[in-house]
Design a protein around this ligand. Structure first.
Ligand code: TMP
Length: 205
């Protein structure tokens, strides 16, 4: 099987990216295929400490460019300490990556796409995700799911119109791109899990 595989799960809050990425890791482990689960912001120890800082409630009012720089700073740490060393050795499954920055910071907050892309290139060099699953969820359902969680969300106060912009951003990025698959999270979880795992198996071969 192919070891050089970097798979990303994207989507708005409550869309099931974390559950699906963890389910795939479990299936790969059962097949004794070495894999690693990472998330952004976070992943490495240093990036996780930037994550805690970003997601603290009192930092909800940062300027959008400040926010962008913090997410990119976390990415640089995660890239250097986790992604690069594992790339080509283990299958990397990352819960959010560069498209989250484009969807939230560009489509959501209007930060220039070129700026984000240029820093991403600076961080990653030639390494790119091989395949991305975009989890699509009705905005009302997303808000309902998130409101049931104990930890409040960073963008709670923006509510519906913000998430609509972000989700449309994800759809624009994935539109007609053969390296993307949009998964409808309103469908049965296990049906979706099969669809995702079948695609992963194709990519591994
Ligand atoms: P989550 O891991 O629970 O989804 O939370 C991470 C939050 O960070 C979520 O609100 C999306 C946000 N985020 C960005 O705004 N830009 C980014 O580049 C990344 C990686 C995350």
């Amino acid at each position: 099987y192919k070891k050089r595989l970097f798979i990303v799960f994207e989507g708005i809050e409550g869309s099931g990216k974390s559950s699906h990425s963890k389910a795939i890791i479990k299936k790969l482990k059962n097949l004794h295929i070495p894999s690693v689960y990472l998330r952004e912001p976070g992943g490495s120890r240093e990036a996780e400490s930037i994550r805690r800082f970003i997601l603290q409630n009192k930092n909800k009012n940062f300027n959008p460019l400040t926010d962008t720089l913090l997410y990119l700073a976390a990415r640089n740490e995660n890239f250097l300490k986790k992604i690069k060393p594992h790339y080509g050795k283990k299958i990397i499954i990352c819960d959010r990556f560069i498209d989250s920055t484009i969807a939230y910071q560009h489509y959501g907050f209007g930060i220039k796409k070129n700026f984000i892309n240029s820093i991403n290139r600076q961080i990653m060099g030639k390494i790119k995700p091989d395949y991305t699953f975009v989890m699509y969820l009705n905005i009302k359902k997303s808000i309902l799911r998130v409101s049931k969680r104990k930890t409040s969300n960073r963008y709670d106060k923006f509510k519906k119109s913000f998430y609509k912009k972000v989700q449309n951003g994800f759809l624009k990025i994935s539109n007609r791109n053969s390296k993307y698959m949009v998964i409808n999270s309103s469908n049965n979880f296990f049906v979706n899990q099969d669809i995702i795992f079948n695609q992963v198996k194709k990519l591994i071969k």
